[in-house]
Design a protein. Sequence first.
Length: 338
Amino acid sequence: MTVRVGVIGVGMIGQDHIRRLTHVLSGAQVVAITDVDPARAQSVADGLSSCTVHSTGQDVIRDDAVDAVLVTSWGPTHEEFVLAAIEAGKPVFCEKPLATTQEACRRIVDAEVASGRRLVMVGFMRRYDAAYQAVKGAVDDGSIGAPLLMHCAHRNPSVPPYGFTTEMIITDSAIHEIDLVRWMFDEDIAAATVLKPRRNSNAADDMQDPLVLLLEMASGILVDVELSMNIRFGYDIRGEVVGEFGTAALAETGAAVVKNDGRYAGRVPADWRERFIRAYDIELQDWIDAVASGGFTGPSAWDGHLAAVASDTCIEALRTGQRVEVASHERPDFYAKG
Ligand code: NAP
């Protein structure tokens, strides 16, 4: 079966996902798209064979030719489109964040539970990255003993000088680590503190960059996350788990280390598309395969909700300068593991 996909929002990641659905993965065809910029939507459709351009996301979801929906518009629009897809009974892959507030995420969770069918997958693609999976393998098989600490760094060369706020360092960037550590240790985040180091002079005047998050997991594992948004040299993602008698760290990802003239050098990825290119491929193929078989897979709406709860907690910790406990939320049986 070919899964006929409708895409809402054809900006950077929307176009990248259309490229992989069309040229890299199997079992999917992009048959309908929309964007608030109709000219952009038309130019993307012109590069595809028989793809309808709709005026709104609601029209994409209603289109009978669309089996499943990919939401890649900007965050504040996600709730509306995910809720509409659930109402239409269509599987929906939503790029992170699931929605921009925990209340909105909860409405999505409630709607999905009421529908009686798992329809929502959230785009937390780091779970599909081979390097992170290898680190998790070492944690799960006991090779390093019980995990005690994790050091993470999330370094971006730059962010837009206008419109990207300090809080977005948490909601847009740290949200990846927030989901990742829940997955890595299979437990929830219990409390958060946010530290503000000396400012990077490359950052916009009103931005506190870098930030350091201290996340306390339920079992006491302590995670520190450095978030540097304007570090210029490249997109550098680091992670190291410290266990009772060993460590497991993400390896460098460049294809080759070149040694010459008494030096050695490798490549630092330019951006997230380069660093996580395979993870995105595997993630979306997993979704297509699940849709084709009538099943579900991947990070759930409940994961999206808990990420939003932890992200809101970090924002409160940033604003107050205090350690803030994450409110606990009881998982509906609908999202039971396994
Ligand atoms: P982007 O380049 O700004 O693309 C968003 C697109 O959606 C733009 O074309 C935008 O149009 C359009 N749009 C906005 N509202 C819409 C609506 N109501 N209906 C249809 N289209 C609409 O942003 P992006 O970088 O692709 O990010 C999109 C989403 O993906 C965000 O939620 C982001 O957090 C997420 N993302 C995830 C990852 C990841 O690693 N998983 C990486 C990048 C982005 P205008 O530009 O005209 O507003």
